[in-house]
Design a protein around this ligand. Structure first.
Ligand code: ATP
Ligand code: MG
Length: 230
């Protein structure tokens, strides 16, 4: 099993393709130091979300390797790997269940008070409180009853509650309006400060605080450096 002590994430010469003869990532290497933040920016289809899928081992790398605290993620159980990782995905798909279930997902036995605290931190408590059944409200098939921004804030609440040592934000504010975006950006910055974080973004302006920014183009790192440098 994976026992995360420092929380260092390292991609080493990672190659990948979903299908044979169509390579998506080419020799991608970067290291997120324990508690540090690396951001990946790049156009649509450049392979950003694919990096996150490989870290969670939804797919195996074609070449190279991914290490957490020096251990190849292929050598640990999926359960222990994913227990160490949290994600605020680009498109949150919720379970056809209640709001509380969706926030507490992955944390059986968590109290409603803890769910509410996480919802407050994710700026979604007021919205939930206004629903007819509040935390018992059903979100519908795949969460159809909620907007993209509401779903994303529920995903943020879930990540806050899970409190993993390693966190991935995949365009975490893309579905939010600018007012809630500001408030949530502050909360995400706070979360990122205390753990190892991989941020996937479209705009450089949202990743000012990253230790390193990678620019991905057609699956290749074409530039890298600090925000000031780029
Ligand atoms: P966006 O900014 O639009 O989210 P992205 O950089 O996250 O883009 P990816 O989702 O990583 O892009 O996709 C990279 C490439 O891999 C794209 O060309 C995409 O079509 C392809 N791709 C993604 N998922 C699959 C899949 N399941 N099977 C085959 N090809 C895929
Ligand atoms: Mg993506």
């Amino acid at each position: 099993d994976l026992a995360v002590s420092r929380g260092e994430v390292r991609f080493e010469h990672v190659d990948f393709g979903y299908e044979p003869n169509r390579q998506i990532l080419w020799d991608v290497s970067f290291t997120i130091s324990p508690g540090g933040t690396v951001a990946v920016v790049g156009g649509s289809g450049s392979g950003k979300s694919t990096l996150a899928r490989l870290l969670f081992r939804f797919y195996e790398v074609g070449g190279g390797r991914i290490l957490i605290d020096g251990v190849d993620i292929r050598e640990v159980s999926l359960r222990s790997l994913r227990a160490a990782l949290g994600i605020v995905p680009q498109d949150t798909i919720l379970f056809n269940d209640t709001v509380a279930y969706n926030i507490a997902y992955g944390r059986p036995g968590v109290s409603l008070a803890e769910v509410i605290d996480a919802a407050k931190a994710a700026h979604v408590h007021d919205f939930i409180s206004a629903l007819p059944n509040q935390y018992d409200a059903e979100v519908g098939e795949r969460g159809v009853m909620l907007s993209g921004g509401e779903k994303q804030r529920i995903a943020i609440a879930r990540a806050i509650l899970k409190n993993p040592p390693i966190l991935v934000f995949d365009e975490a504010t893309s579905a939010l309006d600018t007012r809630s975006e500001r408030a949530i950006q502050d909360e995400l910055d706070r979360l990122a400060k205390t753990r190892t974080t991989l941020i996937i973004a479209h705009r450089l302006s949202t990743v000012v605080d990253a230790d390193e920014i990678l620019v991905l183009e057609h699956g290749r790192v074409v530039e890298r450096g600090s925000h000031d440098h780029l």
